[in-house]
Structures are given as C-alpha cells and as structure tokens.
Ligand binder design. Structure first.
Ligand SMILES: C[S@@+](CC[C@H](N)C(=O)[O-])C[C@H]1O[C@@H](n2cnc3c(N)ncnc32)[C@H](O)[C@@H]1O
Length: 356
C-alpha cells in the first residue's frame, strides 16, 4: 500500500521528484567542473553516465572550436583530418608570465559560461608589476602625448612624434607601454592588441599541430606574440633536458624558445627563455622551416616594461591555408636531433638544436 505524505503527495512521487532534483544539481555541477579538467580526466569522468558523457562531448567540441578560449577576438579552431585527436591541451595566456607552480595549473576551457582566461594565472599579475622605475620610484620612459601612432612609417623626423616611436631600432621595436598615459586603444600598441587575423591549427601526421593562415595575411602585418612562461636560464636548461627525454619517447612537442637580444655594447646579450609548452598562446603551434619560413620575428619593447616581447610579422603576403613557419635557428649541435619535415628545398633533415 502506498504511503501518503503530510501534503498529500504519494511517497514514491516525492522520491522521484527528489531524484530528478538531485540529478539536475549533479549535472549543473558537472557543467561547472568538467571545463577545469585535463583531457585524461575528462576521458575518465565521461564514463560515469550517459548525461556526463554528453557534457564531456560538448566541452570537447567547444575546446576544439577555439584554442584561444574566446580570449582572442577571433576563434582559432583545431582542424584534424589525420587522426582522432580533437585538440592539444595547454593553458592559455596572451602575454609573458612568470612561471606558475604545477599545482596552480588549472584553467576553465570549453565552458558554456564566459570566463576570464587569465583570471586564475597567478604569474600574470607578478609579471605586469615588473616595470622600470627611476630613483624616485616613478615609471620611466613613458609618453604623455596624444595620437601616439601617427607618422609610424612615413615621418622620419622626430619632432612631434611620440617619444616611444623614436626609440625604434633595427632589431628591437618600441611601443607605448605601462608607463605611458595612453591606453590599449593607442595606435602605437599594435602587438599588445588581440590577434586580428584569422588563424587555424591543423594537424600533420609527422609534425604534429601547426599554425595556418585562415585568410590572406598581408606582408608586414602583425600576426601574434610568442607568449608563455618567462624562465631563468637554469630552469630553462632543466626543462629542456626533461622535454628532450619526453620527445625521445615520441608524441611530445616542446615549445621552449631561447631568444637573445644583443646589447648596444656588442659584448653581451640579454637572454630570454620563453616556455609555451604548458602555458602559451597560438604561437606555440608555429613549426620550423629550414628556408626561414614566411614569418619574421621582432623583439618589441613596451616603454617602461623590463622585458621585450617576441612578435611575429608576415614576411610576405601569406595566402589562406598556408602554414605559418619561421626558422628555429641555424645551429644543429646534435647530429641525432629530431627529424625535420619542413619539406622545403633547403631542408637539413634535422631540426635546429643548441646547448641551452
Ligand atoms: C613549438 S612546437 C610546434 C608545434 C608542435 N608541432 C605541436 O604539435 O605542438 C615545436 C615542436 O614541433 C615539432 N616540429 C616543429 N617543426 C617541425 C618540423 N619542421 N619538422 C618536424 N617536427 C617539427 C618538433 O617536435 C618541435 O620540437
């Protein structure tokens, strides 16, 4: 005989309702939690039940439709026609950051809700607070002009030009920065804005993922910055060794780049180690080409910022569907280095490598 509760509902109906509410709360929690999981964790929880499987599936789909997690103005999709990997997993940052401890490495990706991509990256704030200051603690070398970007290329006289523009040198460009009175909308902050060209990340059987143009990119156009963790040389050497071991086992792609800025004295250089392997942006997918590729690199210093940033520009007009590449370097220290599949007529057969 069915029992009747105080409100007159049959107990089995109440139990059913309770189950429905519990299931709906459980699924809402899953929607919130799954975007924070790694691909392996997602694969494991997707086995829980059909509803969680569906959530995991739609999050995987959202991840593969935009590597930039809506941080950039335009989505950067993954395209794979060679195997069943839907996307590559990494944490997104749009700029250089100080190293983040492994236990802090979580970022929501693929959620239905809009999240601030870098809001959980503790290294970000620390990096932004590293600025050049004078003896009184005031930020140095900033400008307080209006229309900073005017006369960028044409005007060679320095009168009336933004002082930040006048600092442009052959191998280091200069932009307005943290110590200037202008904001992000300033015309002299080209490389600090979000990516303005359509890109996609395409899978290759031998090279792994690669970055491709998804529209015509004109010669000279800014493409993206090489963003990632800024490491000390000691840490870079340690990670390099670790990545080499992983790469020798196959299917591991490291994105640790060493940049050297030659100082005016000519006797020393500033060494910058950027590791985009765990935390980076779309530039971490740019493959090497022995012929120099179609991208040029330039160090860009923002006024008042301590470190210059490595930025990529189109070396020539780049057609839609063309792979974006640059040269990783000239030195091949290890004859048994990783094989190169750049396919250029000047291919050396092995990727550049040097002692870090
Ligand atoms: C910065 S990552 C580039 C993205 C990488 N392909 C991926 O799937 O993540 C650098 C690594 O990609 C691979 N790679 C880059 N250029 C290559 C080339 N021309 N031939 C073969 N492998 C290449 C190497 O494993 C290299 O260590």
């Amino acid at each position: 005989m069915e029992q009747v509760s105080k409100k007159g509902c049959k107990l089995s109906e109440l139990e059913e309702k309770e189950k429905e509410v519990t299931a709906s709360v459980f699924l809402q929690c899953a929607e919130l939690i799954v975007p924070w999981l790694t691909p392996l964790e997602i694969a494991n929880v997707s086995l829980t039940c059909r509803a969680v499987y569906q959530i995991c599936k739609s999050i995987t789909l959202r991840r593969s439709s935009d590597a930039s997690r809506a941080f950039e103005n335009l989505p950067v999709p993954f395209r794979n026609t060679v195997d069943n990997r839907p996307y590559a997993y990494f944490i997104y940052t749009h700029s250089l950051i100080l190293p983040v401890a492994s236990e802090c490495l979580r970022q929501s990706w693929g959620s239905n809700f809009v999240t601030m991509p870098n809001s959980n990256l503790v290294g970000q704030l620390a990096m932004e607070s590293v600025n050049l200051v004078d003896e009184l603690g005031q930020s140095v070398s900033g400008c307080d002009c209006e229309n900073c970007g005017e006369g960028r290329e044409e005007d060679t006289s320095t009168s009336g030009r933004c002082p930040c523009l006048s600092l442009n040198a052959l191998d280091v460009a200069s932009e307005c920065g943290p110590s200037c009175s202008c904001g992000l909308e300033c015309g002299n902050r080209l490389s600090q804005k979000k990516i303005a060209v359509r890109l996609k990340i395409v899978r290759d059987r031998r090279k792994g993922w690669g970055l491709y143009a998804d529209q015509l990119i004109q010669k000279g156009q800014f493409v993206c910055e090489y963003a990632g963790e800024l490491l000390t040389t000691k840490d870079a050497r340690r990670r390099h060794q670790f990545y080499d071991e992983l790469a020798s086992g196959g299917h591991f792609y490291s994105a640790l780049l060493v940049v050297r800025e030659h100082l005016p004295s000519g006797k020393a250089c500033l060494r910058i180690n950027i590791d985009a392997t765990r935390i980076g942006n779309v530039a971490r997918f740019i493959n090497h080409s022995c012929d120099g590729g179609n991208l040029s690199t330039k160090l860009v210093r923002s006024s008042g910022a301590l470190f210059p940033r490595l930025c990529f520009f189109a070396l020539k007009d780049i057609q839609e569907d063309e792979e974006l590449t640059f040269s990783y370097g000239e030195i091949r220290k290890r004859p048994q280095g990783l094989p190169c599949f750049c396919n250029s007529s000047s291919c050396f057969g092995i990727l550049p490598s040097e002692d870090t």
